[in-house]
Design a protein around this ligand. Sequence first.
Ligand code: UN1
Length: 506
Amino acid sequence: MLPVRDDALAILNRLGVPDSAFSDKGLAARSPITGEVIATVRETAPEEATAAVGRAHAAFSEWRKVPAPRRGELVRLLGEELRESKDDLGRLVTLEAGKIISEGLGEVQEMIDICDYAVGLSRQLFGLTIATERPDHRMMETWHPLGVCGVISAFNFPVAVWSWNAALALVCGDPVVWKPSEKTTLTALATAAIFKRAADRFGGVPDGLHEVLIGGRAVGEVLVEDRRVPVVSATGSTAMGRQVGPKLAGRFARAILELGGNNAAIVAPSADLDLALRGIAFAAMGTAGQRCTTLRRLFVHESVYDALLPKLRKAWSSVKVGDPREPGVLVGPLIDKAAHDAMERALGEARAAGGEITGGVREHAEAFPEAHYVAPALVEMPAHAGPVLRETFAPILYVMRYSTFEEAVAMQNAVGAGLSSSLFTLDMREAERFISVEGSDCGIANVNIGPSGAEIGGAFGGEKETGGGREAGSDSWKAYMRRATNTINYGTTLPLAQGVTFDIGD
Ligand code: UN1
């Protein structure tokens, strides 16, 4: 295996990231696999960010006039370029975010999928024609491009979340200004280079259609505060959303917020326990517990608790933790020390509250003192309380018993976040109740699969402290466009709505 740095630099070179993206005094891009610095990336100054928004705003007046199916052609080419670069970009996700190879590739596949979706969508941006109460009139709605779309993304899906927004925004006629996480700038630069290849093949793309801002809060704030950005999609913590949301509301911009999750699964008495075990293991330990959809709370019916728990303990103790490039490894490193510290804190609180912990200890500390590998933790909790009620972005699964279905659903809904949820059952009444209005209060409610690993065809997002935004499939595209209602009179008289008369005489 190539050393991490050589591996990453070779990929950046193959993907065509220009030398001008790097600078000695820039932001350090690290790999969580070893903790080493791969490169230092040139930061965008706030005034450069404002200039980028200006270019994007200028691009809008041209791009909005390009017919939508033609805009779709750009996204089709982007999908082709992503297919071409899938192995390289997927591996770079592994090197920079620490995902296992199959998950790194899966992330790029998710980008390809949303491109395919957006290409079809580019011929389906349609509105309704509505019956009017007035004779010889027609009423309809038209969807127009909205303007520059700001995208603020997180380290854990460093490129897929950009693509959910960018593919849709571009077919909807909106230029994109992207501020990736400062922890994952290399994958963003690589994605920008791939996009540029698609744009060059397309030809005649206006300057500023896609801009990348490298940096921290200061450049993010430019996007949030600039009035020329009418929609901002922001992914990250609920704390970040609490800052961003009110600022956007203050200038009446649209916010697509995808914030924290504290996702649960319920294992009912009738559950297929082997299937549940597989679903729980992937959802809780996959991506080292660093998905916003990660399973964090498990409610097991008291009648199957003693049958399921030994299987879980066995899976948790036997899972291989290590270099995510190695075959057989299922759990890679945490992103950084802060993530590890947060995990330790939560486990300390859980232990103090009477939690019994399997796993959770640091591994490979001697070989990689600057990296943070931990065995995933399975914590049997006496009560649904304390650290269980908040999201800790690390592989901790809290397990609790329940006795009635209503009690389990109430506990699952009794947290601030409302992203994803799932139920393992073979009882169709329970299954239907769970996805009914009285069931899960989350944006995603699944039956017999875990809460993570959604595909792009459905709308993705959640309620309550998750922020209410929806991205990717279904009719999420509407957030990137503005709706105009048009009433057309093709008669010779002027009947007024609601029977109002307003006779100005002859
Ligand atoms: C995220 O963690 O921010 O449903 C997104 C999933 C992935 C996306 C997760 N398709 O787990």
